[in-house]
Design a protein around this ligand. Structure first.
Ligand code: C2G
Length: 441
Protein backbone atom coordinates (compact mmCIF):
# COMPACT_ATOMS: atom_id res chain seq x y z
CA UNK A 1 0.00 0.00 0.00
CA UNK A 2 1.36 3.44 -0.85
CA UNK A 3 2.13 5.72 2.11
CA UNK A 4 -0.50 8.21 3.15
CA UNK A 5 0.85 11.65 2.33
CA UNK A 6 0.21 14.78 4.34
CA UNK A 7 1.17 18.32 3.36
CA UNK A 8 1.37 21.52 5.39
CA UNK A 9 2.69 25.00 4.72
CA UNK A 10 4.09 27.91 6.63
CA UNK A 11 6.60 30.71 6.84
CA UNK A 12 8.13 29.23 10.00
CA UNK A 13 9.83 32.48 10.88
CA UNK A 14 11.67 32.53 14.25
CA UNK A 15 10.74 28.86 14.66
CA UNK A 16 8.79 28.27 17.85
CA UNK A 17 6.78 25.68 19.81
CA UNK A 18 3.56 26.43 17.86
CA UNK A 19 5.33 25.46 14.63
CA UNK A 20 6.76 22.30 16.18
CA UNK A 21 3.34 21.26 17.51
CA UNK A 22 1.57 21.63 14.19
CA UNK A 23 4.26 19.68 12.33
CA UNK A 24 4.07 16.89 14.94
CA UNK A 25 0.29 16.71 14.78
CA UNK A 26 0.24 16.96 10.97
CA UNK A 27 2.55 13.94 10.79
CA UNK A 28 0.04 11.90 12.79
CA UNK A 29 -2.42 12.21 9.90
CA UNK A 30 -0.31 10.03 7.62
CA UNK A 31 3.01 8.27 6.98
CA UNK A 32 4.85 10.87 4.96
CA UNK A 33 4.96 14.61 5.72
CA UNK A 34 5.71 17.24 3.11
CA UNK A 35 6.35 20.74 4.46
CA UNK A 36 6.06 23.77 2.19
CA UNK A 37 8.16 26.72 3.36
CA UNK A 38 7.27 30.09 1.83
CA UNK A 39 9.86 31.56 -0.56
CA UNK A 40 11.04 35.13 -0.13
CA UNK A 41 9.44 36.41 -3.34
CA UNK A 42 6.17 34.78 -2.45
CA UNK A 43 6.18 36.46 0.96
CA UNK A 44 7.00 39.85 -0.54
CA UNK A 45 4.26 39.31 -3.12
CA UNK A 46 1.66 38.62 -0.45
CA UNK A 47 2.76 41.72 1.45
CA UNK A 48 4.47 39.79 4.23
CA UNK A 49 7.58 41.93 4.57
CA UNK A 50 8.31 41.38 8.20
CA UNK A 51 9.86 37.92 7.85
CA UNK A 52 13.11 37.94 9.77
CA UNK A 53 14.87 34.63 9.01
CA UNK A 54 16.24 33.79 5.59
CA UNK A 55 14.63 31.00 3.59
CA UNK A 56 17.71 28.82 4.20
CA UNK A 57 17.39 29.28 7.98
CA UNK A 58 13.67 28.61 7.95
CA UNK A 59 14.17 25.40 5.96
CA UNK A 60 16.99 24.35 8.30
CA UNK A 61 14.77 24.85 11.35
CA UNK A 62 12.01 22.68 9.88
CA UNK A 63 14.63 20.07 8.97
CA UNK A 64 16.02 20.03 12.50
CA UNK A 65 12.68 18.89 13.93
CA UNK A 66 13.19 15.56 12.12
CA UNK A 67 9.44 15.56 11.40
CA UNK A 68 9.50 16.42 7.69
CA UNK A 69 10.10 13.69 5.12
CA UNK A 70 10.35 16.25 2.36
CA UNK A 71 10.66 20.06 2.33
CA UNK A 72 9.55 22.13 -0.64
CA UNK A 73 9.50 25.86 -1.29
CA UNK A 74 6.20 27.64 -1.91
CA UNK A 75 6.91 30.16 -4.65
CA UNK A 76 3.61 31.41 -6.02
CA UNK A 77 -0.06 31.88 -5.29
CA UNK A 78 -1.98 28.77 -6.32
CA UNK A 79 1.00 26.44 -5.99
CA UNK A 80 -0.83 24.46 -3.30
CA UNK A 81 -3.12 22.89 -5.92
CA UNK A 82 -0.22 21.82 -8.16
CA UNK A 83 1.64 20.42 -5.14
CA UNK A 84 -1.33 18.32 -4.02
CA UNK A 85 -1.67 16.86 -7.51
CA UNK A 86 2.06 16.49 -8.13
CA UNK A 87 2.88 14.74 -4.84
CA UNK A 88 -0.37 12.73 -4.66
CA UNK A 89 -1.30 14.28 -1.31
CA UNK A 90 -4.08 12.69 0.76
CA UNK A 91 -4.45 15.27 3.53
CA UNK A 92 -3.80 18.99 3.78
CA UNK A 93 -3.20 20.28 7.31
CA UNK A 94 -3.05 23.90 8.42
CA UNK A 95 -3.68 25.92 11.62
CA UNK A 96 -7.16 27.18 12.34
CA UNK A 97 -6.08 30.82 11.88
CA UNK A 98 -6.70 29.88 8.23
CA UNK A 99 -10.09 28.27 8.92
CA UNK A 100 -12.37 28.42 5.88
CA UNK A 101 -9.64 29.91 3.65
CA UNK A 102 -8.60 26.61 2.07
CA UNK A 103 -11.98 24.84 1.89
CA UNK A 104 -11.78 24.84 -1.90
CA UNK A 105 -8.89 22.35 -1.65
CA UNK A 106 -11.28 19.60 -0.46
CA UNK A 107 -11.90 18.81 -4.13
CA UNK A 108 -8.36 17.44 -4.25
CA UNK A 109 -7.75 15.90 -0.80
CA UNK A 110 -8.95 15.87 2.84
CA UNK A 111 -8.75 19.26 4.56
CA UNK A 112 -7.87 19.47 8.24
CA UNK A 113 -7.67 22.66 10.29
CA UNK A 114 -5.87 22.17 13.61
CA UNK A 115 -6.14 24.37 16.66
CA UNK A 116 -3.25 26.81 16.96
CA UNK A 117 -0.97 26.68 19.98
CA UNK A 118 -2.14 29.50 22.20
CA UNK A 119 0.05 32.39 23.38
CA UNK A 120 2.89 32.19 20.87
CA UNK A 121 3.51 33.58 17.39
CA UNK A 122 6.32 34.87 15.20
CA UNK A 123 4.78 38.35 15.38
CA UNK A 124 4.90 38.29 19.17
CA UNK A 125 8.54 37.12 19.21
CA UNK A 126 9.49 39.79 16.67
CA UNK A 127 7.85 42.47 18.80
CA UNK A 128 9.53 41.27 21.97
CA UNK A 129 13.00 40.55 20.70
CA UNK A 130 13.80 42.73 17.71
CA UNK A 131 14.87 46.37 17.74
CA UNK A 132 12.14 48.90 17.11
CA UNK A 133 13.03 52.10 15.32
CA UNK A 134 10.96 55.11 16.27
CA UNK A 135 9.86 57.39 13.45
CA UNK A 136 9.13 61.07 14.08
CA UNK A 137 7.37 63.13 11.40
CA UNK A 138 7.93 66.80 10.64
CA UNK A 139 4.99 68.05 8.57
CA UNK A 140 3.77 71.27 7.08
CA UNK A 141 0.48 69.98 5.77
CA UNK A 142 -2.00 67.29 6.70
CA UNK A 143 -0.94 64.57 4.27
CA UNK A 144 1.31 61.90 5.80
CA UNK A 145 1.97 60.17 2.45
CA UNK A 146 0.77 56.92 4.13
CA UNK A 147 3.91 56.41 6.21
CA UNK A 148 1.86 55.83 9.36
CA UNK A 149 -0.24 52.99 7.97
CA UNK A 150 2.60 51.45 5.94
CA UNK A 151 5.03 51.44 8.87
CA UNK A 152 2.63 49.09 10.65
CA UNK A 153 3.14 46.50 7.91
CA UNK A 154 6.85 46.15 8.59
CA UNK A 155 8.22 44.90 11.82
CA UNK A 156 10.67 47.10 13.65
CA UNK A 157 9.10 50.53 13.01
CA UNK A 158 6.74 52.67 15.05
CA UNK A 159 5.64 56.24 14.40
CA UNK A 160 5.96 57.90 17.79
CA UNK A 161 5.50 61.62 17.32
CA UNK A 162 4.77 64.50 14.96
CA UNK A 163 6.01 68.07 14.89
CA UNK A 164 4.60 70.95 12.86
CA UNK A 165 5.35 74.61 13.42
CA UNK A 166 1.65 75.38 13.38
CA UNK A 167 0.19 74.03 16.59
CA UNK A 168 -3.27 73.48 15.16
CA UNK A 169 -1.88 71.49 12.25
CA UNK A 170 0.28 69.46 14.62
CA UNK A 171 -2.71 68.39 16.69
CA UNK A 172 -4.90 67.74 13.63
CA UNK A 173 -2.13 65.58 12.16
CA UNK A 174 -1.66 63.63 15.38
CA UNK A 175 -5.37 62.98 15.66
CA UNK A 176 -5.91 62.08 12.02
CA UNK A 177 -3.21 59.38 11.97
CA UNK A 178 -3.60 58.33 15.59
CA UNK A 179 0.02 59.13 16.47
CA UNK A 180 0.77 58.67 20.20
CA UNK A 181 2.29 62.12 20.73
CA UNK A 182 2.92 65.50 19.19
CA UNK A 183 6.09 67.52 19.93
CA UNK A 184 6.32 71.21 20.78
CA UNK A 185 9.70 71.56 19.14
CA UNK A 186 12.04 69.78 16.75
CA UNK A 187 14.32 69.05 19.72
CA UNK A 188 11.55 67.25 21.53
CA UNK A 189 10.68 65.28 18.40
CA UNK A 190 14.31 64.20 18.01
CA UNK A 191 14.32 62.84 21.56
CA UNK A 192 11.46 60.55 20.60
CA UNK A 193 12.75 59.42 17.22
CA UNK A 194 15.59 57.47 15.63
CA UNK A 195 14.40 58.26 12.10
CA UNK A 196 12.83 61.55 11.04
CA UNK A 197 10.52 61.70 8.04
CA UNK A 198 10.43 65.23 6.67
CA UNK A 199 7.11 65.64 4.93
CA UNK A 200 7.37 69.28 3.97
CA UNK A 201 7.28 71.49 0.92
CA UNK A 202 10.59 72.22 -0.80
CA UNK A 203 11.20 75.54 0.94
CA UNK A 204 11.33 73.87 4.38
CA UNK A 205 13.16 70.66 3.59
CA UNK A 206 16.85 71.52 3.83
CA UNK A 207 16.37 73.47 7.09
CA UNK A 208 14.76 70.48 8.80
CA UNK A 209 17.17 67.96 7.27
CA UNK A 210 20.04 69.96 8.72
CA UNK A 211 18.46 70.06 12.17
CA UNK A 212 17.70 66.35 12.18
CA UNK A 213 21.21 65.43 11.03
CA UNK A 214 22.74 67.75 13.63
CA UNK A 215 20.81 65.76 16.21
CA UNK A 216 22.32 62.56 14.75
CA UNK A 217 19.03 61.25 13.32
CA UNK A 218 18.48 59.21 10.19
CA UNK A 219 16.38 61.13 7.68
CA UNK A 220 13.85 60.30 5.00
CA UNK A 221 12.74 63.26 2.89
CA UNK A 222 10.83 63.77 -0.33
CA UNK A 223 13.13 64.79 -3.19
CA UNK A 224 14.55 67.15 -4.11
CA UNK A 225 15.91 68.13 -0.71
CA UNK A 226 16.92 71.47 -2.20
CA UNK A 227 17.53 72.94 -5.64
CA UNK A 228 21.06 74.00 -4.80
CA UNK A 229 23.84 71.50 -5.56
CA UNK A 230 26.11 73.18 -3.01
CA UNK A 231 23.50 72.72 -0.30
CA UNK A 232 22.85 69.12 -1.35
CA UNK A 233 26.60 68.41 -1.06
CA UNK A 234 26.61 69.93 2.39
CA UNK A 235 23.65 67.85 3.53
CA UNK A 236 25.14 64.66 2.13
CA UNK A 237 28.46 65.41 3.82
CA UNK A 238 26.75 66.09 7.13
CA UNK A 239 24.95 62.75 6.89
CA UNK A 240 28.17 60.94 6.02
CA UNK A 241 30.18 62.55 8.82
CA UNK A 242 27.53 61.58 11.35
CA UNK A 243 27.05 58.07 9.95
CA UNK A 244 23.39 58.85 9.34
CA UNK A 245 21.11 57.69 6.54
CA UNK A 246 19.81 60.48 4.32
CA UNK A 247 17.27 58.79 2.12
CA UNK A 248 15.21 60.14 -0.77
CA UNK A 249 11.60 59.14 -0.48
CA UNK A 250 11.49 57.48 -3.88
CA UNK A 251 9.57 54.26 -3.52
CA UNK A 252 9.74 52.85 -7.02
CA UNK A 253 13.45 52.00 -6.84
CA UNK A 254 12.77 49.63 -3.93
CA UNK A 255 10.11 47.67 -5.73
CA UNK A 256 10.91 44.29 -7.14
CA UNK A 257 9.68 45.03 -10.66
CA UNK A 258 11.93 48.09 -10.94
CA UNK A 259 14.95 45.83 -10.46
CA UNK A 260 13.66 43.71 -13.31
CA UNK A 261 13.37 46.85 -15.41
CA UNK A 262 16.95 47.84 -14.57
CA UNK A 263 18.15 44.35 -15.30
CA UNK A 264 16.52 44.39 -18.73
CA UNK A 265 17.69 47.84 -19.72
CA UNK A 266 21.21 47.56 -18.33
CA UNK A 267 21.74 43.91 -19.19
CA UNK A 268 21.14 44.63 -22.87
CA UNK A 269 17.91 42.62 -23.05
CA UNK A 270 16.23 45.30 -25.16
CA UNK A 271 19.48 46.00 -27.02
CA UNK A 272 21.03 49.45 -27.08
CA UNK A 273 18.74 52.12 -25.71
CA UNK A 274 17.91 54.70 -28.35
CA UNK A 275 15.35 56.74 -26.51
CA UNK A 276 13.98 57.24 -23.01
CA UNK A 277 10.83 59.24 -22.55
CA UNK A 278 9.09 60.01 -19.26
CA UNK A 279 6.06 62.21 -18.73
CA UNK A 280 4.35 63.10 -15.54
CA UNK A 281 1.68 65.60 -14.63
CA UNK A 282 -0.42 66.50 -11.66
CA UNK A 283 -2.68 69.32 -10.81
CA UNK A 284 -2.58 70.50 -7.24
CA UNK A 285 -2.83 74.24 -6.94
CA UNK A 286 -2.35 74.13 -3.18
CA UNK A 287 1.30 73.11 -3.51
CA UNK A 288 3.57 75.90 -4.69
CA UNK A 289 6.70 73.79 -5.28
CA UNK A 290 5.02 70.77 -6.78
CA UNK A 291 6.87 71.24 -10.08
CA UNK A 292 10.23 70.25 -8.58
CA UNK A 293 8.71 67.24 -6.83
CA UNK A 294 7.35 66.01 -10.15
CA UNK A 295 10.62 66.73 -11.93
CA UNK A 296 12.62 64.76 -9.34
CA UNK A 297 10.25 61.82 -9.67
CA UNK A 298 10.53 61.76 -13.46
CA UNK A 299 14.32 62.14 -13.42
CA UNK A 300 14.78 59.21 -11.10
CA UNK A 301 14.13 56.38 -13.62
CA UNK A 302 16.05 58.33 -16.30
CA UNK A 303 19.13 58.64 -14.10
CA UNK A 304 18.88 54.98 -13.04
CA UNK A 305 18.50 53.71 -16.60
CA UNK A 306 20.44 56.18 -18.74
CA UNK A 307 23.00 57.25 -16.13
CA UNK A 308 24.37 60.69 -15.27
CA UNK A 309 26.75 61.06 -18.23
CA UNK A 310 24.65 63.05 -20.65
CA UNK A 311 26.50 65.41 -22.97
CA UNK A 312 24.00 68.25 -22.98
CA UNK A 313 20.53 69.21 -21.93
CA UNK A 314 18.08 71.63 -23.47
CA UNK A 315 15.48 72.96 -21.06
CA UNK A 316 12.23 74.66 -22.09
CA UNK A 317 9.82 75.93 -19.47
CA UNK A 318 6.54 77.74 -19.66
CA UNK A 319 5.12 79.52 -16.68
CA UNK A 320 2.32 81.65 -15.41
CA UNK A 321 2.39 83.91 -12.38
CA UNK A 322 5.95 82.85 -11.76
CA UNK A 323 5.02 79.16 -11.44
CA UNK A 324 6.38 76.64 -13.92
CA UNK A 325 3.38 75.00 -15.53
CA UNK A 326 5.18 72.83 -18.02
CA UNK A 327 8.78 71.88 -18.74
CA UNK A 328 10.46 69.75 -21.32
CA UNK A 329 14.06 68.62 -20.74
CA UNK A 330 15.91 67.11 -23.66
CA UNK A 331 19.08 65.18 -22.76
CA UNK A 332 21.65 64.02 -25.31
CA UNK A 333 23.63 60.93 -24.38
CA UNK A 334 26.36 59.33 -26.52
CA UNK A 335 24.05 56.48 -27.35
CA UNK A 336 20.62 58.09 -27.40
CA UNK A 337 18.26 60.68 -26.15
CA UNK A 338 16.06 61.21 -23.11
CA UNK A 339 13.10 63.54 -22.92
CA UNK A 340 11.35 64.41 -19.67
CA UNK A 341 8.02 66.24 -19.81
CA UNK A 342 6.62 67.62 -16.58
CA UNK A 343 3.15 69.13 -16.43
CA UNK A 344 2.35 71.08 -13.34
CA UNK A 345 -1.19 72.34 -13.88
CA UNK A 346 -0.88 71.53 -17.60
CA UNK A 347 -1.94 67.96 -18.21
CA UNK A 348 0.11 65.39 -20.08
CA UNK A 349 -0.38 61.63 -20.09
CA UNK A 350 1.88 60.07 -17.48
CA UNK A 351 3.95 57.33 -19.05
CA UNK A 352 7.44 56.00 -19.65
CA UNK A 353 8.62 54.58 -22.93
CA UNK A 354 12.09 53.14 -23.42
CA UNK A 355 12.98 52.22 -26.98
CA UNK A 356 15.83 49.80 -27.52
CA UNK A 357 17.20 48.22 -30.68
CA UNK A 358 15.63 44.89 -29.64
CA UNK A 359 12.41 45.95 -27.93
CA UNK A 360 10.36 48.65 -26.26
CA UNK A 361 9.36 48.94 -22.62
CA UNK A 362 6.32 50.88 -21.49
CA UNK A 363 4.98 51.87 -18.10
CA UNK A 364 1.63 53.58 -18.07
CA UNK A 365 -0.60 55.47 -15.69
CA UNK A 366 0.89 55.83 -12.25
CA UNK A 367 4.29 54.53 -13.41
CA UNK A 368 6.06 55.95 -10.33
CA UNK A 369 4.25 53.29 -8.31
CA UNK A 370 6.51 50.85 -10.14
CA UNK A 371 3.89 48.14 -10.15
CA UNK A 372 4.24 46.90 -13.73
CA UNK A 373 5.81 47.35 -17.12
CA UNK A 374 5.23 45.78 -20.50
CA UNK A 375 7.86 44.60 -22.90
CA UNK A 376 7.11 44.81 -26.59
CA UNK A 377 9.53 42.53 -28.36
CA UNK A 378 9.24 42.60 -32.15
CA UNK A 379 10.10 38.88 -32.36
CA UNK A 380 7.33 37.82 -29.96
CA UNK A 381 3.63 37.66 -30.79
CA UNK A 382 2.43 38.79 -27.37
CA UNK A 383 3.44 41.57 -25.01
CA UNK A 384 5.25 40.37 -21.90
CA UNK A 385 3.96 41.87 -18.65
CA UNK A 386 6.14 42.15 -15.54
CA UNK A 387 4.45 43.14 -12.34
CA UNK A 388 4.54 43.32 -8.55
CA UNK A 389 1.07 43.43 -7.04
CA UNK A 390 0.87 45.40 -3.87
CA UNK A 391 -1.50 47.57 -1.94
CA UNK A 392 -0.66 51.10 -0.85
CA UNK A 393 2.00 53.39 -2.28
CA UNK A 394 5.07 51.26 -1.58
CA UNK A 395 6.38 53.06 1.50
CA UNK A 396 6.69 49.69 3.19
CA UNK A 397 9.33 48.65 0.62
CA UNK A 398 11.36 51.77 1.35
CA UNK A 399 11.13 51.07 5.08
CA UNK A 400 12.17 47.48 4.47
CA UNK A 401 15.24 48.81 2.61
CA UNK A 402 16.07 51.10 5.55
CA UNK A 403 15.65 48.24 7.97
CA UNK A 404 18.20 46.19 5.99
CA UNK A 405 20.59 49.16 5.94
CA UNK A 406 20.28 49.63 9.69
CA UNK A 407 20.80 45.92 10.32
CA UNK A 408 23.98 45.97 8.24
CA UNK A 409 25.14 49.34 9.55
CA UNK A 410 25.10 50.77 6.03
CA UNK A 411 24.18 54.38 5.23
CA UNK A 412 24.33 54.33 1.43
CA UNK A 413 21.02 53.38 -0.16
CA UNK A 414 21.16 50.76 -2.90
CA UNK A 415 17.93 52.20 -4.32
CA UNK A 416 19.02 55.67 -5.32
CA UNK A 417 22.76 56.25 -4.82
CA UNK A 418 23.87 59.57 -3.33
CA UNK A 419 25.52 60.54 -6.65
CA UNK A 420 22.21 59.94 -8.43
CA UNK A 421 20.33 61.97 -5.85
CA UNK A 422 22.87 64.75 -6.32
CA UNK A 423 22.41 64.65 -10.10
CA UNK A 424 18.67 65.13 -9.72
CA UNK A 425 19.29 68.25 -7.62
CA UNK A 426 21.81 69.49 -10.19
CA UNK A 427 19.24 69.18 -12.98
CA UNK A 428 16.59 70.92 -10.83
CA UNK A 429 19.11 73.70 -10.23
CA UNK A 430 19.81 74.01 -13.97
CA UNK A 431 16.08 74.16 -14.65
CA UNK A 432 15.66 76.96 -12.14
CA UNK A 433 18.63 78.81 -13.68
CA UNK A 434 17.47 78.38 -17.26
CA UNK A 435 14.11 79.72 -16.24
CA UNK A 436 15.53 82.83 -14.63
CA UNK A 437 18.06 83.48 -17.38
CA UNK A 438 15.68 82.29 -20.11
CA UNK A 439 18.36 80.03 -21.61
CA UNK A 440 18.77 76.27 -21.98
CA UNK A 441 22.03 74.63 -20.87
N1 C2G B 1 0.81 27.86 14.04
C1 C2G B 1 0.25 27.27 15.14
N2 C2G B 1 0.32 27.89 16.35
C2 C2G B 1 0.93 29.07 16.48
C3 C2G B 1 1.53 29.69 15.37
C4 C2G B 1 1.45 29.05 14.16
O1 C2G B 1 -0.34 26.19 15.06
N3 C2G B 1 0.95 29.63 17.68
C5 C2G B 1 0.71 27.21 12.72
C6 C2G B 1 -0.05 28.04 11.67
O2 C2G B 1 -1.43 27.92 11.87
C7 C2G B 1 0.43 27.40 10.39
C8 C2G B 1 1.88 27.00 10.74
O3 C2G B 1 1.99 27.02 12.16
O4 C2G B 1 -0.31 26.25 10.09
C9 C2G B 1 2.88 27.96 10.14
O5 C2G B 1 2.57 29.28 10.61
P1 C2G B 1 3.23 30.55 9.94
O6 C2G B 1 4.68 30.35 9.88
O7 C2G B 1 2.66 31.74 10.61
O8 C2G B 1 2.70 30.42 8.44
P2 C2G B 1 1.76 31.40 7.64
O9 C2G B 1 2.49 32.64 7.31
O10 C2G B 1 0.45 31.47 8.33
O11 C2G B 1 1.61 30.64 6.23
O12 C2G B 1 1.22 29.36 2.40
C10 C2G B 1 1.55 29.75 3.68
C11 C2G B 1 0.58 29.19 4.60
O13 C2G B 1 -0.69 29.49 4.08
C12 C2G B 1 0.64 29.64 6.05
Amino acid sequence: MSPKKVITYGTFDLFHQGHYNILKRAREYGDYLIVGVTGENYDVGRGKLSVHDSLADRIENVKKTGLADEIIVEEYLGQKISDIVRYGVDTFVIGDDWKGKFDHLDKYCDMVYLERTAGISSTKIRKETLDVYRIGIIADDLDDNTIVSESKLINGFRVTSVYAEDEELREAFRERYDIPESSDSCGQLFEQADIVYIRCSLKNRSRYIRKALEAGKHVICDPPFTISSAEQDELQKMAKDRNCILMDNVKMVHIHVFNQLLWMTQGGLIGDILSFNASISREDRTKADLFYDLLALALCPMIKIMGCDYNSVDIQTSEENNIIEFASLDFRYDSGRAVINVGNRIRTKSRIEIVGTKGTIRMDNRWWKGSYFELDNPDAVDLEIYNTNYQGNGFKYLLKAISTMLENNRTESMGLFSGESREIVKIAEMTEKSRTTGKGC
